[in-house]
Design a protein around this ligand. Structure first.
Ligand SMILES: Cc1ncc(COP(=O)(O)O)c(C=O)c1O
Length: 346
């Protein structure tokens, strides 16, 4: 299985359409916050079932800006998992907040209502569940805990929980369109989605230096815009997202059908979730398989150094292995991966 790419998706079939759109933008003379970004924001919000989408430069800025637009201020606590990409915590720190790490259920790799509840304090200003690897954290239950919920949906474009898309479940949500993501662009890109008119307005202000009109500056913000080129790419690819995710789900079902569960512990969908398998991550104690993610979880990173006791996180960090996943996996490749797992090595 050594020659099967971990990220098994190719944009080759879409390149002609992408190139045509890029040429059109290049010749238009509109490069920043123009018609492509506006149209993508409308189309992505409609796809998710959210009222607003605000395009920004990347998924990290999306989280920082979403937290600030929500009213998170220096000294506030933000509860989040430690088993995530470092950017989730970095974004909260950039907003001046203190990340407070909660545990996950290692079967789903997501937070639960119980693990979040254990981390709440009177200073908790927001909860940031991460829809890790394309699964969907139980946002409906998390919303009952009180503080506003900011979905980190960077890895879960197109996923659903009980029929509602990730990105339309919480008070606000954030996405990354980094090239390996389920909905990719050809560089960096990100978005904030929400039903809250005022929050969307504040996010728009913050992405452009804290100004509505380029003359009066009412806040200290960021230069963080999705650009016209990337928006044009995203508009070309958004219609493909559901079909791609179906293929990812079919590959996951194929692994299961071919008996992978006899050799490793398979990922479990959160109850009610439609997982979109950004990554297909199994757990195994003794085998040398695939690639491990977040082996040193965020709370133990040198820049953070928290002594939180998170047994589910430690287990996931120690035992996880990502196997090949994507839109283009063949039955023969699935069989090869299962056979490699059966023989205990890559
Ligand atoms: C869970 C999670 N949150 C946030 C980010 C940050 O997104 P970006 O790389 O676009 O800044 C990523 C990116 O990998 C991610 O996986």
């Amino acid at each position: 299985m050594s020659d099967i790419p971990l990220f098994n998706s190719s944009l080759a079939p879409y390149m002609a359409a992408i190139e045509e759109r890029l040429v059109r933008v290049a010749r238009s003379g509109r490069y920043i916050l123009g018609p492509e970004v506006e149209a993508f924001e409308r189309e992505f919000a409609a796809y998710l079932g959210a009222r607003h989408c605000v395009g920004v430069a990347n998924g990290t800025d999306a989280l920082t800006i979403a937290l600030r637009a929500l009213g998170v201020r220096p000294g506030d606590e933000v509860v989040m998992p430690s088993f995530t990409f470092y950017a989730t915590a970095e974004a909260a720190l950039a907003a001046g907040a203190k990340p407070v790490f909660c545990d996950i259920d290692p079967d789903t790799f997501c937070v639960t209502a119980e693990t979040v509840r254990a981390a709440l304090t009177p200073r908790t200003k927001a909860i940031v569940p991460v829809h890790l690897f394309g699964n969907v954290a139980p946002v409906e239950e998390l919303r009952e805990l009180g503080p506003p919920v900011v979905e980190d949906a960077a890895q879960a474009a197109g996923a659903q929980l009980n029929g509602t898309r990730a990105g339309a479940l919480g008070d606000v949500a954030t996405f990354s369109f980094y090239p390996a993501k389920n909905l990719p662009c050809l560089g960096d890109g990100g978005a904030i989605t929400t039903d809250d008119d005022d929050l969307a307005e504040r996010a728009r202000l913050l992405r452009f230096h804290g100004s509505k009109d380029k003359r009066t500056f009412t806040d200290v913000g960021y230069n963080s815009r999705l650009d016209e080129m990337q928006a044009a790419v995203l508009r070309a690819l958004l219609p493909e997202l559901d079909g791609w995710n179906e293929r990812r789900r079919a590959a996951a079902a194929g692994y299961e059908r071919l008996g992978l569960g006899e050799y490793v512990r398979l990922p479990r969908e959160v109850g009610g979730a439609t997982h979109v398998y950004h990554l297909y991550v199994v757990r195994s104690d003794g085998l040398a398989l695939g690639r491990g993610y977040y082996r040193v979880p965020v709370h133990r990173q040198p820049a953070i150094g928290s002594d939180a006791d998170l047994p589910g996180t430690e287990e996931a960090a120690r035992t996880n292995h990502a196997l090949p996943m994507g839109t283009d996996l063949t039955e023969a490749q699935l069989r090869e991966v299962v056979a490699a797992c059966a023989s205990g090595s890559t």
